[in-house]
Write a protein that binds this ligand. Structure first.
Ligand code: ATP
Ligand code: MG
Length: 419
């Protein structure tokens, strides 16, 4: 039997790639306008980076990591997210010596051992943006604005920004206690996983999909009622800055995010178009991450966008495929050679030209030009070529005209680029 791809690992085919390239191009454009620079991080890291950075008692670290030992027995992990690696790179290369503020973005695949289903894969792509080195709430608002601006630029409309504060190292333990005390009384209602979560990391119960667990937390205490004065004032400022920029948000006191490193501001953007897996992107502030991975005390904030989910939401009426500008039809031996020569010349001039490699009949070449959706076809007939002429067919209005061969490249450029 022919070899197939691994379950949960997808090919992105040429018919789809236009959407990916469009989204990536927009991300680069928008983020760079906001002063972000691209960084590229390795696919593999030491397992410890994620175990400590993301937190042992998270879904990712507990059960979703692609971890294996290499031939020297080192425990390595395929990156399940980008933030920890980006923080490591910032520390390792001492980017803060140039400027304490680093605004970085990253685009690439992530790996999580999850049950593959629609919208959930084992290799998936994220677009990630992070600001390191600023604790001021103005940057929380700025990062969110950039995210929303980007999502609108790619054409998403039905968006809702959900906002919460998760408190910090000093106030969250109090909240966890309060939550645990409340849930202890309803623990019989919790699924097996959540019974365990109740002991290790009760906040994660909010993310459980089991209905009885959802019922149990329906009137559980809210983080927002437990946060300290500093966290409360930080949160007020974030809301104020979002307000100044005219951005609407919904306070979602039960949105807690799945990763341990989040502190204070947490946000998600959901799309009404997406059914059950409706979070396209999520992010927040993480002022403890750097210390967890053994570094300086650096504040950070950022977000990760799931590209597959984003792409599934792109406007359906948009055309993302690039068709040939021109197909050169060449029915004879001599004309075939001319088609080859001309196509190469056109490629250098920036014209997407195709020609027939196999010397097929004119009819079958015209069929192929049609199938490829070429805008024009240049027909190199033997007789015409001898007279130094060729026929250009406009595939939209089906009109034809004879053109002189000597300055055909210039003529075609004028046609294709309109000048
Ligand atoms: P979920 O609650 O859906 O599992 P998450 O909290 O694990 O999401 P993050 O770690 O915040 O997700 O990743 C950010 C985004 O990456 C998500 O909003 C989603 O769009 C995307 N994403 C996460 N896991 C997957 C996956 N297995 N396949 C495809 N996209 C994913
Ligand atoms: Mg997840």
């Amino acid at each position: 039997m022919a070899i197939t791809a691994i379950r949960g690992f997808n090919d992105i085919l040429p018919s789809e790639i236009g959407k990916w390239q469009f989204v990536e191009k927009m991300a680069r454009e928008v983020f760079e306008n906001f002063g972000f620079s691209e960084i590229r991080i390795p696919v593999l890291e030491r397992t410890e980076l994620f175990a400590r950075g993301i937190g042992e008692a998270t879904d990712i670290v507990e059960k979703e990591m692609y971890t294996f030992a290499d031939k020297s027995g080192n425990s390595l992990t395929l990156r399940p997210e980008a933030t920890a690696s980006m923080a490591r790179a910032y520390l390792e290369h001492q980017l803060y010596t140039f400027d304490p503020v680093a605004k970085l973005y990253f685009i690439g695949p992530m790996f999580r051992y999850e049950r593959p289903q629609k919208g959930r894969y084992r290799q998936f792509y994220q677009i990630d943006a992070e600001v390191f080195g600023v604790g001021n709430p103005v940057v929380d608002a700025e990062v969110i604005l950039m995210l929303i601006h980007f999502l609108r630029r790619v054409g998403l409309e039905k968006l809702e920004l959900q906002l919460n504060s998760l408190g910090c190292r000093s106030c969250r333990p109090r909240y966890k206690e309060g939550l645990k005390a409340d849930l202890d009384e309803k623990s019989f209602q919790l699924c097996e996983d959540c019974q365990r979560r109740l002991q290790s990391n009760p906040l994660r119960i909010f993310d459980c999909k089991v209905q009885t667990c959802q019922d149990a937390i329906a009137d559980a205490p809210k983080v927002i009622d437990f946060i300290c004065d500093e966290c409360a004032s930080h949160f007020d400022k974030v809301k104020e800055y979002l307000g100044i920029a005219g951005l609407d948000y919904h306070l979602t006191p039960r949105m807690v995010r799945g990763l341990d490193y989040y502190t204070r501001t947490a946000f998600e953007v959901v799309s009404y178009d997406l059914g059950s897996q409706n979070a396209v992107t999520g992010g927040g502030r993480y002022d403890n991450l750097f210390q967890e991975i053994g570094g300086l005390d650096v504040p950070g904030i950022g977000f990760a966008i799931g590209m597959e989910r984003l792409i599934s939401l792109l406007p359906k009426d948009r055309e993302f495929i690039q068709y040939p500008h021109l197909f050169i039809a060449s029915p004879g031996k001599e004309t075939h050679r001319e088609a080859y020569r001309l196509a190469n010349q056109l490629h250098v001039e920036g014209i997407r030209a195709e020609f027939d490699y196999e010397g097929k009949s004119l009819k079958s070449q015209m069929r192929r030009a049609d199938k490829l959706k070429a805008r024009y076809v240049l027909i190199l007939g033997e007789e015409e070529l001898k007279k130094g002429r060729a026929v250009l067919r406009d595939m939209q209005d089906k009109s034809q005209q004879e053109l002189p061969m000597p300055d055909i490249v210039e003529t075609l450029k004028r046609k294709v680029f309109g000048h």
